[in-house]
Design a protein around this ligand. Structure first.
Ligand code: FES
Length: 389
């Protein structure tokens, strides 16, 4: 008996039912989360759209190099990414536009659950590629973003600062203002449904003053609670109005995305940033190989190359003081290729922002557990740079 009692109590307390007024949890409590995710995804999209190197294969910051990094480090989606390499620019733009749609939808609360599902899917995909090797695991943000989307999938956009709520309220007002249909009901039924009246008191209202408001079969100043439209109600009117708003927002976003890409391209054209060149490593003798003439690399410039022994990318930098340094370009955090930013004279990782000292590869900041692996670079009698890896 005791076991049965415990079992029945346990099953009662753990049954999978939605709490009453669950939607109300999203009114204000989830607003900071919604705005944070909305701003983050919008910013991430604009960052990609404004970066002219995003689809430039030669740039270490490009989508192609990030995909190659995931393939090289054998992330779970590496076999799929191998097939996607041919369409990498298309994939990159799709991700950027998707992030923009998710970010704006979340910010203004438009089709909130759809945006949240998209955000969760994108975050999980990035976790399985870009963040898979992040160590410790909590330094990779994508897993945290995935879980941050889940409350918004469950609760939706909520009722605060939300286009979804505005559309729902508009539809509800129109529904309430529809002319009521009059039907005749036996008075006995009215008494049964609404309570007995006695000397102006109503038993259905705890013997309070009679009022038609609480009775589902009498006209009153407001509709009875059980037939009023729920905030999450979905019907044809909601979908049409929401779809019209979504189309308008998509048009404005497309214009903003195009303007961002144009301005980004124009600014990059005027920028003094040195685009790193890729040089082919020459014939190798043992683990030493040639990068070609040192004079080909201007002071302050950098170049990437392939390390024959490991098939990993390397980076060589011609420092302003005339010296040359070379490193394995794989970021120790999660395997993305790093790049040299000549304007700020640091080596940076595009994936999670780790920064390294060009002079010795030491970690300046960011989630990377260590600095870069240094390679020995020397200049031979013929003026060629030789790297030993
Ligand atoms: S891969 Fe995460 S900071 Fe470089």
């Amino acid at each position: 008996m005791l076991v049965m009692a415990i079992t029945s109590k346990f099953s009662l307390s753990t049954r999978w039912t939605r709490p009453p007024r669950a939607w109300a949890l999203s009114e204000w409590a989830l607003l900071p989360l919604r705005l944070t995710l909305g701003v983050t995804f919008t910013y991430a999209a604009l960052n990609k759209l404004a970066n002219p190197d995003f689809t430039n294969f030669a740039s270490p910051n490009s989508i192609q190099q990030q995909l190659l990094g995931s393939i090289r480090t054998h992330t779970p989606l590496a076999p799929l990414l191998g097939h996607a390499m041919g369409a990498a620019p298309l994939l990159g733009w799709t991700i950027a536009i998707g992030e923009l749609a998710i970010g704006i939808g979340t910010l203004i609360g438009l089709w909130g659950r759809v945006a949240a599902v998209g955000g969760a899917a994108l975050s999980f995909g990035l976790f399985l590629t870009v963040s898979w090797h992040a160590s410790p695991f909590f330094t990779g943000a994508d897993l945290a973003y995935f879980f941050a989307w889940l409350p918004l999938i469950i609760a939706g956009s909520g009722t605060a600062l939300s286009v979804d709520a505005w559309v729902g309220e508009r539809a509800a007002q129109r529904e309430v203002s529809d002319p009521p249909t009059l039907v005749s009901i036996p008075f006995a039924d009215v008494q049964r449904l609404c309570g007995n009246f006695s000397q102006g008191k109503c038993s259905a209202l705890d013997n309070g003053a009679c009022s038609s408001g609480a009775c589902p079969v009498l006209m009153g100043s407001r509709r009875p609670l059980d037939v009023r439209r729920k905030v999450d109600h979905v019907d044809r009117r909601n979908v049409i109005v929401g779809g019209a708003v979504a189309l308008g927002v998509a048009g404005v976003s497309a214009v903003a995305a195009g303007a961002t890409a144009t301005i980004g391209g124009a600014l990059a054209g005027k920028s003094s940033t040195t685009t790193p060149v890729t040089i082919n490593s020459g014939g190798s003798s043992g683990k030493t190989f040639s990068l070609g003439l040192a004079s080909n690399l201007a002071v302050g410039a950098s170049a990437t190359f392939n390390i024959p022994s490991s098939d990993e990318p390397g980076i060589v930098i011609h420092n302003p003081d005339g010296t040359f340094v070379a490193y394995n370009a794989i970021c120790p955090h999660a395997g993305c290729p790093v790049s040299y930013l000549a304007s700020s004279q640091i080596i940076a990782c595009p994936c999670h922002g780790s920064q390294f000292q060009p002079s010795n590869g030491d970690l300046i900041g960011g989630p990377s557990p260590t600095g870069l692996t240094a390679l020995t670079v020397t200049q031979n009698a013929a003026g060629e740079l030789e790297v030993t890896a």
